[in-house]
Write a protein that binds this ligand. Structure first.
Ligand SMILES: Cc1cc2nc3c(=O)[nH]c(=O)nc-3n(C[C@H](O)[C@H](O)[C@H](O)COP(=O)(O)O)c2cc1C
Length: 106
């Protein structure tokens, strides 16, 4: 009844796990699907690994929370293994999030 079609994907419901919210490994993406998500998005991944910002990566600003982790991720070589396993086991569409970063050319 809640099923939707989105960009050619058929979802059992319109609830999609947002990128970076528990989505940095296969188990967490699969768990989101088991808990009822219609699709799950992986944490954004860059070509090369990135450490991201050092802590604190979250601050309270008078009741507002500001979060910036600096796109930390293991890079595509490792991430693709997690995404492949999630695609096989999640049973719902898995959306891979990629980020293109401006590289300094020498
Ligand atoms: C801890 C954390 C990590 C996130 N990581 C990513 C990320 O890797 N890529 C991305 O596109 N968005 C990332 N986001 C943003 C979320 O996907 C989402 O857009 C944001 O939380 C706003 O969602 P809302 O509009 O439903 O409140 C992250 C958010 C949080 C809180």
């Amino acid at each position: 009844m809640l099923g939707v079609t989105l960009c050619g994907l058929t979802l059992r419901n319109p609830l999609i796990l947002a990128s970076g919210i528990r989505g940095n490994n296969a188990n967490l993406l699969i768990r989101a699907a088991k808990e009822g998500a219609g699709a799950a998005t992986s944490k954004s991944c860059s070509l090369q690994p990135r450490e991201g910002h050092s802590n604190p990566t979250m601050m309270d600003a008078d009741g507002l929370y500001i979060n910036a982790i600096g796109l930390s991720n293991p890079g595509v070589e490792d991430e693709i293994l997690e995404i492949r396993r999630a695609v096989k086991e999640a049973g719902v569409p898995v959306i891979a999030s990629i980020v293109a970063l401006r590289m300094r050319l020498r």
